[in-house]
Design a protein. Structure first.
Lengths: 333, 508, 292
């Protein structure tokens, strides 16, 4: 952190740099040491006209507008229509009114929250423990490398792999769970009471390493002197963890939680492959139901209405996330 | 940059216009250049009068067609033989194969947006035909057109196996044919003859009749068999479970699974409509009546006696369970015989498996007073032509449709990758007749007697509700029965919940 | 912490903690790595061998897992019958193409955003990142319609554009952080020496190049692993590896051996890439919020 502060002071010297630097960002640029060797500018150079920058921005903004604003607008229009067999008519808010009577819509939200809560709880608990254990471990480098492997796998492929592992006839994880007495004879996917765990475990398997990596990054910044001081006072490692380490980790963990939460809205690949929302409705979280409504039933109007509710919640979450990002690193810590 | 076929039909839908305007604007932004669309092109040298047979086949030489199909054997086999169609017609055909749900998605989007990326579609009767029937060409207008070649056997109901043409071709109107039967999956019973023989003594001692399976075997007896195997399996004997249902994530086959049993008892059907024709306004459902509640109770009992993974096994997984020797009996689609008889993938091969029609209704379980039948259902995959395509494209596609459903091609597919014929004449070939007995080089033929000579004929044949909302109907039904099977709802509650949702779905 | 000089003696509590930590780590490692082992080994088994399991509770019987005659048939059939060579090329082109498009457009935009101040900039920036967060299913229907109108469905350019929907905002967001850290003073001094604005921009590119390189790789990773876009927008003509793998679940047969082999083929390259850019992984996956 200290080097950032230095950097801050240095850039104060350049009025233009200060003017155009939006805000301090946390990424460390490889080349930063170079900047120390730079000659201090002596002549004040007027900033480039805004127009010039806008031109540079234009292609990216245009592409983004086209692939995000336009569909968004389309979605709103569609949600107010009944887009059924080959025709469409304006139906006002009927699609929305229908949603309130749709048991799948309401249970879809409930299951989405339940699914996210279970995933997050397990990922945080396991991820944090791993981070603490791995941090400064003799083999830290190798352990981290081994841990992050699941993140590299395509979620759809992970779904297929776990379908194989969970299989009640020849699946090895099924065998292990049975041999440990955790599961009776039925496959974990075959019961409404366990299918949710099945999809949660896959998400936990893939993404706990991310929490570990994030927590590790946070752990490296926990002030050692505080820990040592506390140790000398005779605090146990466990108390130390809760008194000093954990509070220091809160900001990064908050980011981790928000990111994972949004990803639970985004990625349904493994659920589509593993359960398709079943058995019963036990894993039909809202995005899965939306997929069904839009691409199986072709109720595009109703689908658009569901999609908008999802989008709005995502945007709110995104705003919270950006607010967290926005805080300068020093405050975050 | 942004190629439009000359013949593109512009239907007056304002949203489409709006989209195209947006699209054009985006193109100018340079978003995606260099697109090589899937759009089929056509170069017609149309023969006006009926000239030579060869000229009729070759009139669209140089065109290109795209056929969107399910990944079933006929499409793989035809893809391998596609060169012979090209040599015959000069038409290039690209066959895209996907999972049925994906085919359904892509076909639906293509048809509904007024496009014809896929000139030819695989029209699976209820999942694709029922919702999109209005988007396909009425083929009956081309039958007998003497500027087009025609199949010598014709396309009447008599040319195909009983009920096939109605199942995949007729939707909501008697006089229109939107698809020709291309392949078929018909339910029949697969059972382990070796295990049945080995345990018949014990079984008879307990239930008072021999452990065997034939067309008179009833659903009640299936329940006995399932309970018997489950009991001795859990008593430690080295036997598989007796039975399992189609309850995985594939809602359509879950619906078919319960429908067979419902129909067997007094020919109970879901709506008071003619299933073979279907209806856009089916009216109030029969779910919730006395018979349906009794059937759900029995279905639940059967589920309880099934393999423990019952709720995870879709049709495919169920077959895997059977192949790996973990159940002694399954009601399965006859196209699966090829994989069951393959010694490299199945322990049930080599004469261990025998085939029979679907189970029959049981008098004790019938409150309707109707007849007891071997309720048999199916998925008939038709080949249909996208009505958004230009007239020339439609005619070119017709050539492929009749070629791919001809006797010779169906025979080649059967002999090659193991297809399921739809034309009656295929079964009259000598080697196909011979192949119905072991040893056989066409394993699917082992099921033909049970399927084609019995199950698909009236009064056993049932199609199920052909309604525009078929897919949502299947989904609701599957999710409700699964909830019942896992004990969350009683059969009566389940029937009531279904009735409420179906009537809401159909605006009753 | 244990190996550091902070700890001078072991209380029983610490000892117990250390043992249970080691145990936890071991169990977790087994749980997390075993699927890879099973995937890899099963890809060399034929179907009936893959069905073999010991009896429930018979832990001594796990050796059965290794009792098989290895076969390369699944791998060879993927490429000879299954066209996997082409799918791999599709995956590469689509992922690589979108990564390059995103980083080129993205770095121009990020550079500008980093250097210019205007009203509503914050809102613009938020909008950019929100496009990255939108649930894919929610926008799939309208996107598909647009792509249809442009005849981009089923083509590689279409798939590249589809991947750009999530890679471009990501690139802008991350790269802006990079440019923010390069003082304007560098360009200024360049321009004092007579360079044009663009030359000045060009002069700072080498400073951010290593980071950009890493994020090209991350963009490739995201695109390579995508399933929904590839399944619906890529469809027939631009089938990628995850979609092709999913399709091995066929109506008559689930070809588990081939699926495992395809899993290995799909996952292995990404694992290698992941290791190469290991130090940027956290920054990338947290959208720059956390650095190591």
């Amino acid at each position: 952190m200290t080097d950032v502060t230095n950097f801050e002071n240095k850039s104060m010297l350049s009025g233009a740099a200060q003017l155009f630097r939006a805000r301090e960002h946390s990424i460390e640029v490889e080349a930063r040491p170079l900047t120390d060797a730079l000659p201090e500018p002596t002549i004040f150079n007027p900033p480039a006209p805004k127009r010039y920058y806008l031109y540079l921005m234009a292609p990216a903004i245009a592409v983004l507008a086209f692939i995000s604003l336009y569909p968004f607008f389309w979605l709103i229009v569609m949600s107010l229509q009944s887009v059924d067999i080959g025709s469409s008519e304006w139906v006002g808010f009927r699609n929305y009114a229908r949603l309130l009577k749709d048991p799948n819509f309401l249970s879809g939200w409930g299951l989405l929250l339940k699914y996210s809560a279970m995933c997050l709880f397990m990922q945080l608990a396991i991820g944090l423990m791993l981070a603490v254990i791995v941090n400064n471990h003799r083999y830290e480098k190798y352990l981290v490398t081994a841990l992050l492997m699941p993140m590299m796998m395509a979620p759809a492929v992970a779904g297929l792999l776990w379908l194989f592992l969970y299989n009640g006839t020849f699946g090895w994880y099924h065998w292990i769970l049975q041999s440990l007495g955790i599961l009776d004879s039925a496959s974990i996917l075959a019961s409404q009471s366990t299918s949710m765990y099945a999809i949660v475990f896959v998400d936990v398997w893939q993404w706990t390493p991310l929490i570990t990596l994030i927590a590790l990054a946070g752990l490296k910044k926990v002030p050692r002197d505080q820990l040592e001081a506390n140790m000398v006072d005779g605090a146990s490692p466990i108390r130390n963890f809760f008194a000093i380490t954990l509070p220091n980790l809160y900001p990064v963990l908050l980011i981790a939680i928000l990111l994972r939460f949004m990803d639970n809205f985004r990625f349904i690949d493994h659920i589509l492959v593993l359960t398709g929302g079943g058995p019963g409705n036990s894993t039909k979280i809202l995005p899965v139901y939306l997929f069904e409504v839009a691409f199986k039933f072709f109720k595009l109007g109703r689908g658009a209405a569901i999609a908008l509710t999802l989008l709005i919640v995502t945007i709110v979450l995104g705003m919270i996330l950006v607010r967290v990002f926005d805080k300068p690193q020093s405050e975050r810590k | 940059m942004f190629y439009k076929p000359k013949q593109a039909i512009h239907t007056p839908i304002s949203r489409r216009k709006f989209l195209e305007l947006g699209g054009a604007g985006a193109t100018m932004l340079g978003a995606g250049s260099l697109a090589v669309g899937l759009n089929s092109t056509i170069m017609s040298t149309r023969v006006q009068a009926a000239s030579s047979e060869e000229a009729k086949w070759r009139q669209y030489a140089g065109s290109k067609l795209v056929f969107l199909s399910e990944n079933t054997p006929p499409s793989f086999a035809i893809r391998e033989n596609i060169q012979s169609f090209y040599e015959k017609t000069g038409i290039e055909v690209e066959i895209l194969t996907d999972d049925l749900p994906v085919v359904q998605q892509k076909a639906g989007i293509d048809l509904r947006s007024g496009k014809s990326d896929y000139t030819l579609n695989y029209v699976q009767d209820k999942p694709i035909g029922a919702p999109f029937a209005d988007f396909y060409v009425d083929l009956s207008t081309m039958f007998g057109d003497d500027t087009l070649p025609q199949d010598p056997e014709g396309y009447g109901d008599g040319a195909w196996f009983e009920n096939f043409l109605s199942a995949c071709g007729r939707f909501y109107a008697e006089d229109k044919i939107i698809a020709l039967p291309y392949d078929a999956a018909v339910a029949c019973t697969f059972y382990r003859q070796d295990l049945f023989e080995a345990h018949t003594k014990d079984f008879e001692a307990e239930y008072g009749y021999r452990l065997e399976f034939n067309e008179e075997t009833t659903w009640k007896q299936v329940l006995d068999i399932a309970k018997f195997f489950k009991a001795i399996k859990e008593g430690g004997a080295d036997v598989p479970y007796g039975y399992a249902q189609h309850q995985g994530s594939f809602a359509w086959t879950t619906q078919l699974d319960i429908q067979r049993m419902m129909f067997s008892h007094g020919q109970w059907i879901d709506f008071p409509i003619d299933d073979k024709l279907g209806s856009k306004r089916p009216g109030p459902t029969n779910w919730g009546d006395e018979q349906s509640v009794l059937m759900l109770e029995k279905f639940k009992e059967l589920g309880d006696a099934s393999h423990p993974d019952n709720l995870a096994n879709g049709t495919l997984e169920l077959n895997t369970v059977y192949q790996s020797g973990n159940i002694a009996m399954q009601v399965q689609y006859h196209e699966f015989a090829a994989s069951v008889e393959n010694p490299e993938t199945s322990v049930a091969s080599g004469g261990r498996t025998a085939y029979a029609p679907c189970p029959k209704g049981d008098a004790d379980w019938n409150l309707t007073g109707g007849p007891l039948v071997n309720g048999t259902n199916c998925g008939i995959g038709g080949i249909g032509i996208n009505a958004n395509a230009s007239e020339d494209m439609q005619r070119a596609a017709y050539l492929f449709a009749i070629w791919s459903t001809s006797n010779q091609i169906q025979y080649d597919v059967l002999a090659g990758l193991g297809g399921t014929p739809t034309r009656k004449s295929v079964l009259e070939r000598e080697d196909v007749k011979a192949a119905q007995q072991r040893p056989t080089n066409m394993p699917n033929a082992l099921t033909f007697d049970a399927v084609y000579n019995h199950g698909i004929k009236d009064p056993h044949f049932v199609l199920g509700p052909k309604i525009p909302e078929a897919n949502e109907y299947h989904s609701i039904l599957a999710s409700e029965t699964q909830q019942m099977l896992s004990g969350q709802k009683s059969p009566a509650e389940t029937a009531a919940a279904m009735k409420e949702q179906f009537d809401f779905l159909n605006d009753v | 912490m244990a190996s550091q000089d902070v700890v001078h003696y072991d209380t029983p509590l610490q000892k117990a903690l250390r043992v249970s930590a080691a145990l936890f780590l071991a169990v977790y490692l087994i749980w997390t790595l075993l699927p890879f082992v099973i995937m890899f080994v099963s890809s060399f088994k034929d179907l009936l061998e893959a069905f073999n399991l010991p009896d429930v509770g018979d832990w001594s019987g796990v050796g059965i897992f290794f009792e098989f005659t290895p076969t390369f048939e699944h791998y060879s059939s993927l490429f000879s019958e299954g066209n996997f060579g082409r799918y791999m090329a599709n995956s590469l082109i689509a992922a690589g193409g979108s990564a390059i498009v995103s980083v080129v457009f993205g770095s121009l935009a990020a550079y500008s955003l980093s250097r210019v101040e205007f009203r509503g900039k914050k809102d613009l920036f938020f909008w950019i990142i929100s496009t990255r967060m939108a649930p894919v299913v929610a926008v799939m229907v309208p996107l598909y319609s647009i792509f249809r109108t442009l005849d981009l469905v089923g083509t590689l350019p279409g798939l590249i554009l589809a991947y750009t929907t999530f890679n471009l905002p990501f690139a802008i967001w991350i790269l802006k952080g990079f440019f923010d850290n390069v003082p304007y003073a560098i360009e200024e001094s360049q321009m004092v020496d007579g360079s044009t604005r663009f030359q000045a921009f060009w002069s700072i590119v080498p400073l951010v190049a290593p980071g950009i390189g890493a994020f090209v790789v991350l963009c490739i990773l995201f695109a390579w692993n995508d399933f929904l876009f590839a399944a619906i927008i890529g469809s027939g003509g631009a089938k990628t590896l995850p979609v092709a793998t999913r399709e091995l679940v066929q109506p008559q047969n689930i070809q588990w051996g081939s699926i495992m082999a395809a899993g290995v083929v799909t996952t292995a390259p990404m694992m290698l890439l992941g290791l190469v850019i290991r130090k940027y992984l956290v920054t990338g996956l947290t959208m720059g919020a956390v650095k190591e």
